[in-house]
Write a protein that binds this ligand. Sequence first.
Ligand SMILES: NCc1[nH]cc(CCC(=O)O)c1CC(=O)O
Length: 357
Amino acid sequence: MIAFRLGTRRSRLALTQSGQIADALRAAGHDVELVEIVTEGDTNRAALETIGGTGVFASALRRALRAGDIDLAVHSLKDLPTAPEAGLVIAATPVREDVRDVLVARDGLTLGELPSGARIGTGSPRREAQLVALGLGVEIVPIRGNVETRLALVDTGELDAVVLARAGLLRLGLADRATEVLDPIQVLPAAGQGALALECRADDSAVCEVLAALDDPETQACVTAERTVLALLEAGCTAPVGVLAEVVEGVTALDLSVRAFVGTRDGALQLRRSVTGPADDPVGVGTRLAALLLADGAAQARVERGFGAPASPTTPSGGTTTLDPPGEGQLAATAEPATRPGMLAQTTAIDESEKTT
Ligand SMILES: NCc1[nH]cc(CCC(=O)O)c1CC(=O)O
């Protein structure tokens, strides 16, 4: 029996997610105390990519872990930087929730039914780039805030629609607010979307072992492939990159089918590629896909704020406020497209579309 101190952010979504993990641990006979921690992502209302992009939600929790104030942090995996954190380890990724984005629009409207010029709120360059790529002629309005705040922007008529992760709505019991579930063919989710990451100190073997029992190997394989792509593109969780891995039946064994979108928010770059390879080699499959994307110009998207390059502290965008330059989370990935010998023979690359403009 372990008496866990579980660190959590204070949003209703974070508390719900942490509560689910606490329940699972209690069901296994452990004690769990929730410790609420305020992160920079919660207190700073600026656009995420201007306040450091990756890591703004995670860093306070990680500091508490390292200090021994908590034994376990529950993160939304998609908010977690891909760079490994010294002394800490992701001990488990439990079964993933629905990976897809949804539209929440006024009057029950779908994307296709929104009039041109409709105002769609999102703070995500990934969602913006893909919505622009759909060519609907909608206006993207930068927003921040928790799920409830974003839904309220539609309720009050300030916006025609917002795009959110279905996982968050499901966990909050708000899934019926969606007016359309967006097919990944149209809008690919963020790497790790819908998955939770249970993080602990690497030397805390008792905790690591208990958490490992909550891991789902299929989720683990998928998110590993997705995060490999993100890391090799030197992208962060606020980059205009959508990527989704799914386990599919292969010829003789299970395969991972991984699709990615890399774009720019003005729609000038729209790159879609996919790769299929052995499910027991998620890093290899993700590496192959990243190499394809980089060979076809994905690095062009790096000039975008939030994509590898540090944000300029002097360029406010839209209605968002600019504050301090980013402190952490810029990846030092080795972006060599490491195509391993033998891997090409096992993988199939399918070009879904060419750059469209
Ligand atoms: N960046 C905020 C965030 N982090 C995780 C979720 C939803 C749950 C998930 O994707 O796991 C959300 C809200 C959203 O994108 O709508």
